[in-house]
Design a protein around this ligand. Structure first.
Ligand code: KG4
Ligand code: ZN
Length: 344
């Protein structure tokens, strides 16, 4: 079959991403460009993503990012076969910027348009580094906005959420705990660094939902965040110095423990032999080390894409688009709507 080029646009949160992939003759994907403009610094002083600020940043960054991606890939718009865009889940105003841009390009160029689920994108990111995924496989998606366990039977269609957080996302817990410890936003990288100097067994923070049978694949991080805040307050009230490195390491251990224990348990229960971890929190050093250890012990093949592909980007959206094109899926058409709460 003919080689086809798919362009992907991502704007669901605070990164404006444009990625370009080529579907090779053998059906595998080649990453041609992955350009991202982030507004994370504009949100830092608020300690979290401000939707209006994100939307405006997407509007400003969309065209320059598009041009950078086309330039990096050495591709002309006329050579693009189809356009994929994140339709949800995400911030309503932010999604509208990407979908409007994608519609404008699709209409002006007369190319097919595909609405893509952001979560499918995070899973598909791994295929750009490690090749096709076996079916079925299990995906643990951990970012600032999501913490889900997905059973992936087909990237172009069949993905089932078997578990999710009932409150905060894992990355959100990192960001909130960072605030408690007076560390900068986003909190993941500074906590990860500080934790290396601390003892992860120093404080026994709670492991949410590990005892309950009916939520065996679900997560809860808000109790953990509260427990850390209480612990720090107690130290401060009694005039003790807060052992910040031990707090960071113990918090990090609790998160990594719950995530890996539930993912490995789900893989075993469902008889799945491959686990993919993606999303911004997949960059966490303790999470990947513990996942590697527990997967090896359970005979599960672990795949973690490089950090650049774990965080939000347009290439992962192009990858899902490529799977849809290769599967002969029906394009969405220009009436494509955004859906901030789009389920998988
Ligand atoms: O996937 P991402 O870039 O954006 C979305 O939320 O969609 O994920 C960002 C999240 C933030 O909450 C950040 O604190 C967390 O990923 N993060 C980390 C690390 N690097 C980023 N969390 C733990 N350890 C890290 N090394
Ligand atoms: Zn994401």
């Amino acid at each position: 079959s003919r080689e086809r080029i798919v362009l992907g646009i991502e704007s669901s949160c605070d990164e404006t991403g444009v990625g370009i992939v080529r579907i090779r003759h053998d059906g595998t994907l080649e990453l041609l460009a992955d350009e991202v403009a982030s507004s994370v610094e504009e949100h830092a002083r608020f300690g979290g993503v401000v939707p209006e600020v994100a939307s405006r940043a997407h509007l400003e960054a969309m065209l320059p990012t598009m041009h950078r991606a086309l330039g990096a890939a050495g591709v002309a718009l006329k050579d693009v076969h189809s356009i994929a865009v994140t339709a949800g889940p995400g911030l309503a105003g932010a999604l509208l910027v990407g979908v409007s841009a994608a519609k404008a390009y699709a209409a002006a160029l007369g190319k097919p348009l595909y609405g893509v689920n952001h979560l499918a994108g995070h899973v598909a990111a791994d295929t750009l580094e490690h090749g096709p995924l076996p079916s079925p496989c299990l995906a643990l998606l951990v970012s600032g906005g999501h913490s889900s366990l997905l059973l992936v039977e087909d990237l172009a269609g069949k993905i089932t959420e078997i578990g999710a957080t009932v409150d905060d996302a894992a990355g959100e817990a990192y960001d909130k705990v960072a605030r408690v410890l007076d560390l900068p936003y986003p909190g993941g990288p500074p906590i990860d660094k500080l934790a290396k100097q601390g003892n992860g067994c120093a404080i026994a923070f709670p492991r949410g939902l590990t005892g309950s049978r009916d939520a065996k694949y679900d997560f809860s991080f808000s109790g953990l965040k509260t427990a850390v805040a209480r612990w720090v307050e107690r130290c401060e009230r009694s005039g003790e110095q807060v052992p910040v490195a031990d707090v960071a390491a113990s918090f990090q251990e609790a998160v990594a423990d719950v995530l890996t224990a539930k993912a490995v348990r789900a893989a075993k229960d469902l008889g799945v032999d491959t686990l993919v971890i993606s999303g911004g929190v997949a960059a966490n050093s303790r999470l990947s080390a513990l996942a590697a250890q527990r997967c090896e012990a359970a005979g599960i093949h672990l795949r973690v894409p490089r950090p650049r592909l774990c965080t939000d980007n347009g290439a992962m959206i192009a990858a899902v688009g490529a799977h849809l094109v290769a599967a002969g899926a029906e394009p969405s058409g220009l009436e494509l709507a955004t859906d901030p709460g789009l389920p998988v």
